[in-house]
Ligand binder design. Structure first.
Ligand code: ASP
Length: 317
């Protein structure tokens, strides 16, 4: 039964997180990987829930949850990000405040430890929405955000994935084999404000400055108190073309669909374009939803009602 159909009192806060969608099937994920991902998602839920339970803002909660996952090498964001074609790490992230639709994002950063913190600084400390490349890192540095060597993000497993991809490469495009692990969070706080954040290393073998949907406001990330907050993961090119996150919010706003209905329709439409992946959604109504057109999605949710779940496979809601 979808969450929206459950008779529960409206929670005073909600939090939904994802750690990427893809070919996440029982038997394919090693027990060690399962354990690591479970622990990472639990830690991220704890970090966000702590903020919300103390009466903090949805904005602070989504940033706190995402930063935990950026530091966790099990996920394709921050440390543990996938490699570019040139065996470097280039990071994309975004954050959005549903109360005033302020937004900030960074693309292709290489030295800022927490790209989501850089996105927040762009939103709050600059007149801009999206900064890219060395300029984005320079801005983050000037804002006093922690800088690291690019090699700090690298892990042997991601290097192995790049080498394997290159060995199999026919066309020289990036890997579309859904080795995802992008992270995101959406939340509603006790003031009824929603926020969304997403962070990713993109796709293995990306090159030519390729940027995905995560830092594109309206595609991989969107938040609007009049509708909902959305964070996406998947084959970014299709999510950009569909305008996934904004499209879900627009359906909720103008068609009065539940979050689940809107998310399901938009993920089905994205699939028709050829795009696989998933989304997490929450709104001022306290509804929480997720939807994905892949075999699984690393995901979790928590709310003031005591509702808490971490799931990987199938369509467990
Ligand atoms: N959406 C991300 C991108 O295309 C990848 C992912 O979600 O894993 O950059």
């Amino acid at each position: 039964m979808p969450l929206s159909a459950q008779a529960q009192p409206k929670p005073s806060w909600t939090l939904v997180i994802h750690g990427g969608a893809g070919i996440i099937e029982k038997g394919r994920v090693t027990p060690e990987q399962e354990k690591g991902v479970q622990a990472g998602l639990d830690a991220a839920l704890d970090a966000g829930a702590k903020v919300l339970a103390a009466g903090g803002s949805s904005l602070d909660a989504v940033q706190a949850a995402v930063q935990v996952l950026e530091d966790d090498p099990h996920f394709n964001a921050g440390r543990g990000a996938v490699f570019t074609w040139d065996a470097t790490n280039e990071l994309d992230a975004a954050i959005m405040d549903g109360s005033n639709r302020a937004a900030g994002s960074v693309a292709g950063t290489t030295t800022t430890r927490h790209p989501v913190a850089a996105a927040r600084a762009v939103m709050e400390k600059s007149p801009h929405v999206l900064l890219a490349g060395p300029g984005a890192d320079q801005f983050a540095r000037e804002q006093g955000l922690e800088q690291v060597e690019n090699s700090w993000f690298a892990t042997p497993e991601r290097r192995r994935q790049l080498d394997k991809m290159k060995a199999n490469d026919k066309l020289g495009w990036f890997d579309v084999d859904l080795k995802y692990g992008t992270v995101g969070a959406v939340a509603m706080d006790s003031q009824g404000h929603v926020a969304a954040a997403t962070s990713t290393g993109g796709l293995t073998g990306k090159r030519w400055g390729r940027i995905g949907d995560a830092p594109i406001i309206g595609a991989g990330t969107y938040a609007d108190d009049r509708a909902c907050a959305v964070s996406a993961t998947g084959a970014g090119e299709f999510f950009i073309r569909e305008g996934v996150a904004h499209e879900i919010c627009a359906r909720v706003r103008f068609k009065n669909e539940t979050l689940q209905q809107a998310a399901d329709v938009v993920m089905a439409e994205t699939k028709q374009l050829g795009g696989s992946g998933g989304v997490i959604v929450t709104g001022p109504s306290g509804e929480m939803a997720w939807s994905f057109n892949t075999p699984g999605m690393y995901r979790g949710r928590a709310s003031s009602n005591g509702d808490r779940l971490v799931a990987f496979y199938g369509d467990e809601r």
